[in-house]
Design a protein around this ligand. Sequence first.
Ligand SMILES: Nc1ncnc2c1ncn2[C@@H]1O[C@H](COP(=O)(O)OP(=O)(O)OP(=O)(O)O)[C@@H](O)[C@H]1O
Ligand SMILES: [Mg+2]
Length: 279
Amino acid sequence: MAEQTVLVAIDIGTTKVCVLIGEMAARGGVDVIGIGLAASDGLRKGVVIDIDRTVQSVASAVEAAERISGLKVRSAFVGISGSHIASQNSRGMVAVSGSSRHDVDRGDTVRAIEAARAVSIPNTREILHVVPRGYVVDGQEGVRDPIGMTAVRLEVETHIVTASSTSVQNLTKCVQRAGVEIDELVLAPLATAEATLNDEDRELGVCLADIGGDTTDVAIFQDGSISHCATIPMGGRSVTADLGAGDRDLEVRRGRNRGGRRHKSTAGRPRPHRRRIAP
Ligand SMILES: Nc1ncnc2c1ncn2[C@@H]1O[C@H](COP(=O)(O)OP(=O)(O)OP(=O)(O)O)[C@@H](O)[C@H]1O
Ligand SMILES: [Mg+2]
């Protein structure tokens, strides 16, 4: 099987790193031919806080997937999330200059998306994705594919996802030090949506929530496309920690109640008379 038919994906989470090796099937879709898992403890809230530990986790997950598939991983699509992710909607507009009269062509849509990309973001952040949500052709909203339509003005509604440049660089460094080049960084909730939602879900409107160890990724889809995404810095570990704290508190109270004379229950006793003291 030729190497270009193989795709590798890496998900670097706060509790585990997961590597999948897939082979494009002739009938369509992807057959998973390798999977590697490794515990992860170099991230907090989706952000790398220990490069060496993260590199170790990525390397051992990659090695496990390589062993199963019998292939060497050279590059991969890598998921990114974390509380540093932000998103906004932006509109881009261009005059149609299609080759045949005023028919919209691929070049027009690319120029419109480039125009939408021109948003002001701080120089500490970078654009991860510009996802087209729909087109407006000469004022007509809700056009999904404008190519071939006759028009003078083309507008595009896009969803722009940005990330902290430092977080992107640290994640990139961890993957590269584990011996893997990055094909593309993909926003994790977008990848999760590809795996779990169908066109009808997106059309009807849906909120996707992926509850991880330290983070919860949220993506909202309306009218067939993404309109908002965010990462909430709370996950399963927060629930476990809160339950643990509640449990300890309950144990302490039970201990006090069992503790004998000093902590005897006052239930059933008449309440002591309290005299009100004027201020
Ligand atoms: N079988 C299970 N039943 C209930 N909870 C589980 C189960 N397996 C894992 N969990 C919980 O799921 C969480 C881990 O989820 P997941 O593997 O999606 O996180 P992650 O991708 O490593 O982290 P993050 O996405 O926050 O970076 C942990 O809090 C764990 O306790
Ligand atoms: Mg996760």
